[in-house]
Design a protein around this ligand. Structure first.
Ligand code: 13P
Length: 298
């Protein structure tokens, strides 16, 4: 069923929970994630990577994910992740994305604010997708915008291990948080607190002092990217400090690739059984998503 990302995450925080977001490059994974959400009775977010969304196939995937979300028995959001290209953003919302990470984190503070506002203006000018009308009942903007303040290191689609000095670069400045959220109009805020996309060399060095200072001033729910490799007890601690959305990509890919490596030969021998292999892919994604949903959501 449809849900507004900001409302979903706020409601989760109010009951002491957080909502995971999983990057889905394909329909098999997305279906498995939604099945995991239905199995656990918990809401979930399907993330689409910007490189995926920049292709025609990616736009069709967004439309398919929209259908999947609408047909689910639990709230599901379809989010365009880390986007800065206005044309891709508008097209993705037309295709069915109901939330966007308007990512100006590589820009200066004022330029980052300007980008988020520009995205909002572009979506307003486009009229918004028909499907989002029903989500606008309280007069708020139909398409929910997340923004990122500070800069997260690492590749979003390829996992490389990053040193602690890279993790420590580009931290969110707590003094800028409130001003940024108010002036940009962002409804959720992704923070850089030592988290990175990909893998951590050694244990992640999360800057709890920075998150505590952000949490003390933030007036929107916080988002933790780069959750792969961060121990569960630390994710739960982040939850108590206003982190209501937690993004996973690498760990899901690792699990799927390991399953494919282990099972491909047997399915090849079993009459080139691609259906069987996809079943293993699906079961692996579903198990990972269900375990993560339970950790964060219960
Ligand atoms: P990981 O690949 O490190 O899990 O990060 C995912 C993410 O933050 C997607 O936005």
């Amino acid at each position: 069923m449809r849900a507004r990302l900001d409302e979903l995450v706020t409601a989760a925080l109010q009951r002491g929970a957080a909502v995971p977001a999983f990057t889905c490059y394909d329909f098999t994974t997305a279906t498995a994630v939604v099945e995991a959400a239905e199995e656990t009775g918990l809401p979930v977010i399907l993330n689409v990577a910007p490189k995926t969304a920049a292709t025609r196939a990616g736009q069709r995937l967004i439309a398919a994910l929209r259908g999947l979300a609408d047909g689910a028995s639990v709230p599901v959001c379809v989010q365009l992740d880390h986007a800065s290209d206005l044309a891709v953003i508008v097209e993705s919302v037309r295709s069915g994305a109901d939330c966007v990470l308007a990512d100006g984190s590589s820009l200066g503070f004022e330029e980052n604010i300007a980008l988020v506002r520009e995205v909002r203006a572009a979506l307003d000018a486009d009229g918004g997708p028909a499907h989002s009308d029903a989500m606008d009942a309280d007069g708020g903007p139909a398409v929910v915008l997340e923004a990122e303040l500070g800069g997260l290191a690492g590749d979003e689609d390829k996992a490389f291990a990053l040193d602690s000095d890279v993790q420590a670069a580009g931290l969110t400045d707590p003094a800028q948080v409130r001003d940024f959220a108010e002036r940009s109009g962002a409804q959720l805020l992704a923070v850089a607190i030592g988290n990175v996309h990909g893998k951590y060399k050694g244990a992640p060095q999360i800057r709890w002092d920075v998150l505590e200072r952000i949490s003390a001033v933030a007036n929107v729910p916080l988002v933790l990217h780069g959750a792969s490799g961060i121990p569960a007890d630390e994710l739960l601690k982040a939850r108590t400090l206003g982190v209501g959305k937690v993004n996973f990509n690498t760990e899901l890919r690792t699990a799927i690739l390991a399953a494919l490596e282990a099972e491909t030969a047997a399915h090849r021998a079993d009459g080139e059984n691609l259906q069987g292999l996809l079943g293993r892919w699906s079961a692996t994604a579903r198990e990972f998503a269900a375990a993560t949903l339970r950790t964060l959501g219960e």
